[in-house]
Ligand binder design. Structure first.
Ligand SMILES: [Zn+2]
Length: 413
């Protein structure tokens, strides 16, 4: 097949819509693996690793005294590698235009015109790669702090642009945001992060009141709650966001603001970890996120393309096989040496996998442990994007019949 034919096939498939229908997703549900399941589960356990976020939340008050520097005192990286537990619920099965191509066709494009295959987000965000990445463009709405490390999938770049555009629609003339790291051009490890490896993670500033600098801490005194909430709300309601990391202290300010302007309390409890006991909040606390927001987007097409093309990319040497990590929560008294013995790896390999400069580790912190002799395992099989968590429609609220109130106390509660 010639290139132009292939391209027109690709275009037709894209135009036909890449998101599968819900019934189709339901039919094939049992065959699917959540991308969040990825490779990072506790060793030997059937259940996913307990959320590091829940543990962090228990210690949230400790973080109020942390300084602004993203890198911790022990030289470890920022704690942005949070894995979400597997959600058995339904979602939308992602589709890649590559699914309609034969291996020979994909190989031919890889050899002659790899860009035509489109962006691919390979593997897990904490052990992945990016192929055919798209650089975040320049704009008068944001400033790229490190343009050389602002590469993402097409979907990441578009989703970010869309959410920022929504803030400007509501608040014309809004100040610039700072966009920090997304991913390196080819993805992979990007210091000082655990994640940011597959073109789906973005660091971005809060909207702060006065002129501010990158990594300035958001506080009750300087946080622009209107614009920041409008931005976070747009991420949740208008993009395929997987996860948002915001320090608990800032979550509190945003949630209080959202309640004050009349947002639905149950919905806010669904999305904020702060002040909620719901199982899977979208906005979670993680160390080091009082001075910037960390956003992780699903990139259904780029992830699904990577699933399809992974063995061929590795075979051609276009990417290195992605590493597989086990996540280990350190216990008191454990050392890198004892972990290396326990998992059959080396102190050096653990240091490398976590960007550690010294051999000191801290109890209760989560570390990536390289899984030995795992070989070039493929990324997760398929990608399912869960339904967006939308607030109840406000119009319905307003038009609710008055006699609902007059009918007496509501049943149940
Ligand atoms: Zn980050």
């Amino acid at each position: 097949m010639g290139r132009s034919t292939l391209l027109s096939v690709l275009c037709a498939l894209v135009l036909a819509g890449c998101a599968g229908s819900a019934p189709e997703a339901a039919r094939s549900k049992d065959r699917l693996l959540r991308v969040a399941a990825s490779v990072s589960t506790e060793p030997g356990a059937g259940a996913p690793a307990p959320g590091a976020a829940a543990e962090d939340a228990a210690h949230e008050h400790e973080h109020e005294h942390e300084h602004e520097d993203e890198v911790d005192e022990d030289g470890a990286e920022v704690d942005d590698g949070l894995d979400l537990p597997v959600d058995p619920g339904a979602g939308t099965r992602a589709h890649s235009p590559l699914a309609a191509m034969t291996e020979a066709q994909i190989e031919e494009l890889l050899a002659k015109d790899p860009a035509a295959l489109g962006p691919m987000s390979v593997g897990a965000t904490n052990a992945g790669a990016l192929f055919n990445g798209v650089r975040m463009p320049e704009s008068d709405r944001w400033e790229l702090v490190d343009p050389g490390h602002a590469w993402g999938t097409r979907e990441t770049v578009d989703a970010l642009d869309r959410a920022i555009a929504e803030v400007h629609r509501q608040f014309p003339g809004s100040p610039k945001l700072y966009i920090g790291h997304i991913s390196a051009r080819d993805g992979g490890r990007l210091s000082p992060h655990k994640s940011h490896q597959a073109g789906r993670d973005v660091d971005i500033s809060y909207f702060l009141d006065a002129r501010h600098r990158w990594y300035q801490r958001a506080t009750a005194a300087n946080l622009d709650r209107e614009r920041t909430w409008a931005f976070v709300r747009a991420l949740i309601t208008e993009t395929d966001v997987e996860l948002i990391l915001i320090d608990s202290s800032v979550q509190r300010l945003l949630k209080e603001h959202a309640l004050k302007i009349g947002e639905d309390k149950d919905w806010l409890d669904e999305v904020f970890q702060y002040g909620s006991r719901k199982a899977r909040p979208l906005i979670r606390h993680a160390r080091g996120h009082a001075n910037h927001i960390h956003i992780r987007f699903y990139s259904p097409v780029a992830q699904e393309s990577a699933v399809r093309a992974y063995p061929l990319l590795v075979k051609r040497g276009a990417i290195k096989p992605t590493a597989q990590y086990v996540r280990h929560t350190a216990k008191k008294g454990q050392t890198l040496g004892s972990l290396a013995r326990q998992y059959g790896t080396t102190v050096e390999a653990i240091k490398r996998a976590n960007g550690l400069r010294s051999t000191a580790i801290q109890a209760k912190r989560v570390y990536n442990i390289p899984r030995p002799s795992s070989g070039p395992a493929a990324p997760p099989k398929h990608v399912v994007v869960p339904p967006r968590r939308l607030p109840p429609p406000r119009a319905a609220e307003a038009s609710r019949p008055v006699r609902h109130e007059e009918a007496g106390p509501a049943l149940g509660g």
